[in-house]
Design a protein around this ligand. Sequence first.
Ligand code: MRU
Length: 376
Amino acid sequence: MTYTRLHVKLLLRKGKRPQARAFFDAYYMRTIEWDSPSAAVRMIDQRGLPGRFSQVTCFQYHEIITAIQNMTIRGAPAIGVAGAMGIALAAAHHQASTIEELQTVLRKIGEEIAQARPTAVNLRWAVKRIMGVVEQSYPNLPGLREAVISEAQRMADEDVDANRRMAGFGAELLKDGDVIIHHCNTGSLAAVDWGTALGAIRLAHEQGKNLHVLVDETRPRLQGSRLTAWELEQYHIPYEIITDNMAGHFLYTGLANKVMFGADRIAANGDVANKIGTYMLALAANENQKTVLCVAPFSSIDLNTQNGDQIPIEERDPREVLGLSFEGEPVCPADATARNPAFDITPYKLISAIVTDRGVAYPPFENSLSNLSKSL
Ligand code: MRU
């Protein structure tokens, strides 16, 4: 099933707003869903957006690994749930003949999935949680299969609930008239639904606050201009796209007063690993005394990692940097080489607050994050 935004635009142009709405609703789906009848996983293919909306269906766990690595699905909470559903796919389809055999197979597959991308801790968190279900004792094979599949679905539902709670805490920190620089994509597409920083912006907008978002395009994969802008259009939130190197200008001149982003992993001391460029953005915001808000679910917090230096940073294919064209021409010489770290570390001292699904943590983060971890 595919549709392009042209369908909706065409209906709108013809004055058929209800039909456009109905069309959109009919095709509305979560970023990732378990399809019970066929024991498959359906996800939005984020690579084609904003021009092409399509879905990918996975029947095998290794298709999930590929989808995580080639960015069909991306964003820390979304890849966590994808990992869990990958194990559920293996549980559903592997032809094991005993419980022990299936448990051994799932252990191996769990390790493989956990390594699909290294930085977002949500992937390891999700695999660990679902393996806890795998390791329990069951009366028969269908019992084990069903428990794993149910857990993956539960994790998807809980992700939406966590994001809604986070949006509530985050929206309270946003004020009428805020102009927010937003980095990467932290919206519905980065999670099962709603998202993190963008979820808070969306809720504050629904509460009637007058906000304006400056969308960092987020080189090299352009999650900002491709995905965040696409989402903001659907929520009718006013926005403008800026190139990443414009952020300092808007902070210095006071045209923006807050910066917001998500996290792929937060260390015990509050250091944040997030999309490359977050560090520069937080530096510029601090230099100009602006508020820096990180919004992330508790599954992104890794209290076993003491500080950001211990977080592995994914290096991706340099072609993501080199493969851009301008006016139909390549942007660099044919033999150019490039570096492509996908994430950077923003030290805790540059962050004003970390909004989680359990409440807001303020400096010193070592204490506040540890307190929140005990607050379930
Ligand atoms: O490489 P990506 O697109 O998976 O990176 C995503 C980000 O860095 C997001 O900002 C992060 O996952 C938090 S959003 C919920």
